[in-house]
Design a protein around this ligand. Structure first.
Ligand code: AMP
Ligand code: GLY
Length: 421
């Protein structure tokens, strides 16, 4: 079978790498891909949001399965278009992807079905939102309704900070239409974890645990990013807790989506806060996490392709996933300035040396090839991932590989994987 992976980040490199190992797969394509996917797949110069272009490519190249990485094409309806054209595509349809595409939809769904999440209010005008928060003297979280590339969540110490956040979103329009509605939410405290699961719309099959490090700098300081590293398994998400989250959150959410006439098939990612009163949903994503996917797929021993097919065909029941006992750690190496403005086009050295170390895979994110060299082309540039018998060994191995790699201005966290100690 010929498989198309849509996207061009570290998650898509990991997906293409894993899919290419399936005995069912004869060739992998990646659109648009990056310099790393070019080594495990054939890159196709079509953007992830160009649904017409992707559909044409899939038809002309007899693609048997399309796996969609990022959220934008899902929210734009790529899976609807492919399925309606008789092509197999993994991921939720647009009406189901709204669970990530609209925070208001997600929060209202959770509330309607009694699924545990923080208390919240929705506002469609800055005046009403301001009147609500101005006298509140407690920490609050202000969220834009629509997609905002992970930047649409503002943590506020009190009502005054929330007022400033509301101004930025609703008066200055910094997030465009995504900020036409906002959610003002209770600030939740605890450990943050995510649980990812395959679902065919009825059965839920969780992946093993993983945890990412969102803050830019060591010790969880600095601005939030898409994720500066991740590791799997994550000790905080014990098997018992994973079952609890599956029973109390994932399954009820999949049933709720079905009851709403929005059956959810694909990968459902629950971002959770483990509070004193139990796990609470922070958000859902309609896709694999980046960078959680990199360490997770390094540990997945089962063929991933039958799992994609089972989600599409509605026969996930009876499937299981084998995991290696090893720990995997992914250290993200980022461009100078990331998560704010950053430069592109720096030459990356040492990739081959790093990738030759045992148990190491250097997943590319923001890279491209130029004149026989690999150049930076994004904020998160690489996800250097290593496995080890223990977490300590995996961490050591990942950083040994990181130290072989250099480019002008690179930065990375030195404490990835250490939170669980
Ligand atoms: P989200 O995109 O909703 O996951 O938010 C991004 C990040 O903001 C999360 O990963 C949390 O670290 C933080 N966050 C979101 N909602 C809350 C909340 N209600 N309380 C505390 N932190 C939150
Ligand atoms: N690592 C968080 C995400 O993929 O949204």
């Amino acid at each position: 079978m010929r498989v198309l992976v849509v996207g061009g980040g570290g998650r898509e490199h990991a997906l293409a790498w894993k899919i290419g190992q399936s005995p069912k797969v004869e060739k992998v394509f990646c659109a648009p891909g990056n310099a790393g996917t070019a080594e495990v797949a054939e890159n196709v110069p079509v953007a992830a949001e160009d649904i017409d272009g992707l559909l044409r490519f899939a038809r002309e190249n007899a693609i048997g399965l399309t796996v969609v990485g990022p959220e934008q094409p899902l929210v734009l309806g790529i899976v609807d278009r492919f399925r309606d054209a008789g092509l197999r595509a993994f991921g939720p349809r647009a009406r189901a992807a709204e669970i990530e595409g609209s925070k208001v939809f997600c929060k209202n769904l959770l509330k309607k079905y009694g699924i545990p999440t923080g208390d919240y209010q929705v506002f469609d005008s800055s005046d009403k939102a301001a009147a609500y928060v101005k006298d509140l003297n407690e920490p609050l979280v202000v969220k834009v309704d629509g997609l905002a590339a992970g930047k649409g969540v503002i943590l506020c110490e009190d009502g005054r900070e929330a007022l400033a956040a509301i101004d930025t979103i609703m008066r200055d329009g910094q997030f465009g239409e995504a900020g036409n509605l906002i959610v003002v939410e209770e600030f939740l405290r605890g450990q943050e974890v995510s649980l990812l699961a395959f679902t065919d719309g009825e059965t839920v099959l969780p992946l093993d645990s993983a945890q990412d490090h969102k803050a830019a700098y060591d010790g969880d300081r600095g601005p939030n990013t898409g994720g500066m590293g991740a590791y799997s398994p994550a000790a905080v998400l014990t098997p018992a807790l994973s079952r609890q989250v599956t029973d109390e959150i994932l399954l009820p959410t999949v049933r709720a989506m079905a009851a709403e006439g929005r059956p959810y098939q694909g990968l459902l990612y629950a971002g959770l806060m483990l509070t004193e009163r139990g796990p609470r949903v922070l958000e859902f994503n309609a896709r694999f996490g980046d960078p959680e996917t990199q360490p997770l797929l390094m540990r997945m021993q089962s063929d991933i392709v039958p799992l994609f097919e089972a989600c599409i065909d509605g026969n996930l029941a009876g499937h299981s996933i084998e995991w290696s006992d090893e720990t995997a750690v992914c250290v993200v190496m980022a461009a100078e300035g990331y998560p704010a403005d950053y430069e592109k086009g720096k030459v990356i050295e040492g990739l081959a040396e790093a990738g030759a170390l045992p148990g190491v895979v250097v997943f590319h994110a923001g890279t491209k090839s130029g004149e026989g060299r690999v150049l930076t082309s994004g904020g998160r540039v690489l996800g250097v991932t290593a496995t080890g018998k223990s977490r300590g060994e995996a961490i050591e191995s990942a950083y040994r590989a990181v130290e072989k790699i250099r480019w002008d201005g690179m930065h990375y966290r030195r404490d990835i994987g250490r939170r669980a100690e």
